[in-house]
Design a protein around this ligand. Structure first.
Ligand code: HAM
Length: 432
């Protein structure tokens, strides 16, 4: 017997009963992006591996152990995108989107990371993100944060998420700080675990992110980046804080927030929730002023974020904030028996769809007794069954039966049927 084929661990099917939840979320996103005048960009799911190693960083978890990387038939090393930012920078440079112009872009789609799957953490997951280019002031940092805050408001999540911000300073300030940090940890080498020792040369800032309880005291006492910022970065950070305050967006400064990707400078931020257990970061981002140049473009300031769609939908469900998905996806179910009637119903359905474009119509397929057809109609949750028998066919009418209300059955000709269904469309409850 052949073995049963299964989906890859950590990669989920979205089943029809849950797709309305995703459509609801995606609808909110489209409205939001229009409100701020952001334009959508779509890039391929596969890129050259070097794009990610050069941008996210050689010694980050993502590049070291989480990418889906393979050689294609030409022997080129390709990777499934683990995030969107690098690919969008590549696309913006390659297509000349950054020449003497600013850009405010958004994107949505699947990302891939070979992490250990658990609730809220998957190997294929979906992000919605924004990336802006050519704007260096804290005004645009405040705008992208305000945009995310507006989404929480629209989804009813405002009270359930918390904003943490930090500044990583300029690259130069970060290098100077890095030297201080390495000196500090070198003094306490025997207190570092293996992971931290390994990172000491390659990426010492990431040691601050360690979850090892034995190292928390050491990390607490380490020099803080926020105390070593250059003056311009301090002014930038203060500018951001003033704008968040003016907008009434509460925040907490978290000096330990460093993020797991190497391209950041100055502002970094995360929106977190306590309602999802350990995978509580629902949205994260920051400024990456050096990345465009690093990938071959002209120096261009940039800031953006990405949110985890699965986590947000899970959060909405956990907090019972998801509007109920409408079960009634059909308005009318057409049925009858025999080849002549089948043909008639087929044409009738097309006519109805042309005359009433928002009507949801299905024709019974597969024959069977009228009794079994009525059962199917009932299970389809359609409001009406439209039945045609030999007599109705001869008289040019249909019998319209109300499956969920008390309307008496009516014999209607084509125009009367359209009129009745048009009236129903006006009255029917809005779908999710
Ligand atoms: P990130 O922090 O790696 O940043 O991911 C952003 C968000 O994606 C996370 O906060 C989380 O909600 C979601 N996420 C990440 N990994 C998983 C996973 N395995 N399963 C489910 N959800 C996940 C970035 O990706 C940056 N590109 C963000 C950015 C844009 N920075 C500037 N612009």
């Amino acid at each position: 017997m052949s073995s049963k084929l299964q989906a890859i661990r950590g990669m989920n099917d979205l089943l029809p009963e849950r797709s309305p939840l995703w459509q609801y979320f995606e609808g909110q996103i489209r409205t939001l992006m229009q409100q701020y005048g952001y334009l959508e960009i779509r890039t391929p799911m596969l890129e050259q591996t070097a794009l990610f190693s050069r941008s996210i960083g050689e010694v980050t978890d993502i590049v070291e152990k989480e990418m889906y990387t393979f050689d294609d038939r030409n022997g080129d090393s390709l990777s499934l995108r683990p995030e969107g930012t690098a690919a969008i920078v590549r696309a913006a440079i390659e297509n000349g989107l950054l020449h003497h112009q600013t850009q405010r872009l958004w994107y949505a789609g699947p990302m891939f990371r070979h992490e250990r799957p658990q609730k809220g953490r998957y190997r294929q997951f979906h992000q919605v993100g924004v990336e802006t280019f050519g704007l260096e002031g804290p005004d645009i940092d405040a705008e992208v944060i305000a945009l995310s805050a507006r989404l929480w408001q629209a989804l009813g999540l405002r009270e359930h998420v918390r904003l943490e911000i930090n500044s990583l300073g300029s690259l130069e300030a970060r290098h100077a700080y890095r030297a201080k940090l390495v000196a500090y940890f070198n003094h306490h080498l025997d207190e570092l675990d293996d992971d931290a020792r390994r990172r000491l040369d390659s990426n010492p800032l990431r040691i601050l992110d360690s979850k090892n309880p034995d190292m928390q005291g050491l990390i607490e006492a380490a020099p803080r980046l926020i105390d070593h910022l250059d003056d311009d970065s301090v002014a930038h950070f203060e500018g951001l804080k003033r704008r968040l305050e003016a907008l009434g967006i509460d925040y907490v400064v978290n000096p330990r927030l460093v993020r797991g990707l190497d391209y950041y400078s100055r502002t970094v931020f995360e929106w977190t929730t306590t309602a999802l257990g350990s995978q509580g970061t629902v949205c994260a981002g920051g400024r990456y002023d050096g990345l465009v140049e690093q990938l071959g473009g002209r120096p261009t300031p940039a800031v953006g974020f990405a949110m985890g769609v699965e986590r947000l939908i899970l959060l909405l469900e956990t907090l019972d904030l998801m509007p109920a998905a409408a079960e009634d996806v059909l308005d009318v179910y057409l049925m009858g028996q025999g080849e002549d009637i089948d043909l008639h119903l087929l044409k009738m359905a097309e006519t109805l769809r042309s005359r009433l474009p928002s009507l949801r119509v299905q024709v019974h397929c597969g024959g069977g007794s009228l009794k079994s057809q009525f059962k199917r109609a009932d299970r389809s949750h359609a409001r009406f069954a439209a039945v045609v028998g030999e007599q109705e066919l001869a008289d040019g009418v249909v019998a319209l039966k109300d499956l969920r209300g008390d309307d008496p059955q009516q014999l209607l000709d084509s125009d009367a049927l359209v009129a009745r269904l048009a009236q129903w469309i006006e009255a029917r409850p809005a779908a999710l």
